[in-house]
Design a protein around this ligand. Sequence first.
Ligand SMILES: Cc1cc2nc3c(=O)[nH]c(=O)nc-3n(C[C@H](O)[C@H](O)[C@H](O)COP(=O)(O)O)c2cc1C
Length: 199
Amino acid sequence: MEKISLPRPVTRGQVSVEEAIYNRVSRRSFQKQSLHLAQAGQLLWSAGGLGAVGAAGVSRAAPSAGATYPLELYLVAGAVEGLDTGLYYYDYRAHALEMLQQSDLRVRLARASLGQEMVAQAPVSMIMAANYERTTRRYGERGYRYVYMEVGSVSQNIYLQAEALQLATVAVGAFDDAAVKQVLAIEEAPLMIMPVGLK
Ligand SMILES: Cc1cc2nc3c(=O)[nH]c(=O)nc-3n(C[C@H](O)[C@H](O)[C@H](O)COP(=O)(O)O)c2cc1C
């Protein structure tokens, strides 16, 4: 499949992590403007991209129980400069996108999110979806709680990265699981949706 390379992520920004923590808040309205591809890429990287090389090898943006990495990241792109409207899979190794569907899914995704309008209005939404097996294979039943914990880490990273980029976002956990899965036509279980746009 053809991959769309994302601009190299920035690892030194204008806003300190303390400022981002202090100012972080859920924001549910967005301006009409599109995101730049670099902004979308930076958000995806903050959620699950590759970090520095350490003693245990290459790290990723968020921790994972036993390094089992059960979460996959999808991008519903409605208005991103330099990117066709559609559904994309984030390949964190290549820091690239793979197109899965070429249509604007925002209205359908908002409907599946119990009518939460901000999902239809945001230029993009990021979806975290779990392959539980990767973690339960090692940890049994306890693996489920580890997966839920991991979504929390990823979500906070997205909140802080959005804040540092002067963007608005909100964690959306209230949705119809089966409906979201159907709209996206994915194998994994969707756990969180984060619409992002300009404040
Ligand atoms: C797991 C989780 C699920 C959430 N689901 C939704 C949601 O479906 N819709 C929504 O508008 N906000 C949702 N929120 C955002 C919370 O309402 C918000 O974080 C809370 O009111 C505190 O406000 P703050 O984030 O601005 O500090 C969710 C937050 C979390 C952590």
